[in-house]
Write a protein that binds this ligand. Sequence first.
Ligand SMILES: Nc1ncnc2c1ncn2[C@@H]1O[C@H](COP(=O)(O)OP(=O)(O)OP(=O)(O)O)[C@@H](O)[C@H]1O
Ligand SMILES: Nc1nc2c(ncn2[C@@H]2O[C@H](COP(=O)(O)O)[C@@H](O)[C@H]2O)c(=O)[nH]1
Length: 197
Amino acid sequence: MAAHSRGATPVPPDARPRLTVLSGPSGVGKSTVVAHMRKAHPEVWLSVSATTRKPRPGERHGVQYFFVDDGEFDKLIANGELLEWAEFAGNRYGTPREAVQDRLAAGEPVLLEIDLQGARQVRESMPDAQLVFLAPPSWEELVRRLTGRGTEPPEVIERRLEAATTELAAEPEFDVTLVNTSVEGVAQELLTLMRVV
Ligand SMILES: Nc1ncnc2c1ncn2[C@@H]1O[C@H](COP(=O)(O)OP(=O)(O)OP(=O)(O)O)[C@@H](O)[C@H]1O
Ligand SMILES: Nc1nc2c(ncn2[C@@H]2O[C@H](COP(=O)(O)O)[C@@H](O)[C@H]2O)c(=O)[nH]1
């Protein structure tokens, strides 16, 4: 099944987007889509963020995230080591700057999977970045996915859904919207937008 896009793809045919940002409400399926895409295309480089969130079962330091405490996160900010950072649902998350810059300098496509606040910061600091919004097929399906994942207690789900209303309202700020009806379809669309295939 194909993914649905809203709006024309804004990428000029002769340009290779150098930095792509994938955002969307918690539970919409960003990590699932990116994992699917990278299974077939391991050459797509995904930035590993730093976070103060505690690891979920199975998550490993340096793979899904660099898990740091508040003091370490403060130092990353103070030393200018983060390209962007934000507080989301009670934890802080940020993109390590140097690794992104190294990849861009090497001419490789770079993917960031970050929240709306981070996407806005990247838009400011790197106006050439391509901002992609991943939308759920419906609010009910978003709630189903976030709850069904089973990784957060009800009060955290509540906070994330509260943030989701703000994030969904910000969809028009993005260059393109992909509706996550099919993981395979969205992964394919993302590869096309990144000019990987
Ligand atoms: N197209 C889809 N159809 C049905 N279920 C899906 C689809 N895409 C993802 N899911 C499921 O939705 C749940 C949330 O997905 P995922 O963890 O990838 O979301 P996320 O956007 O990365 O969330 P967060 O921002 O909280 O990290 C998972 O259980 C995943 O298997
Ligand atoms: N602004 C940033 N947001 C980030 C970053 N890394 C992840 N995220 C976003 O946080 C939420 C919650 O993630 P979870 O793993 O706790 O479910 C989600 O929207 C991520 O996309 C980052 O470096 N900067």
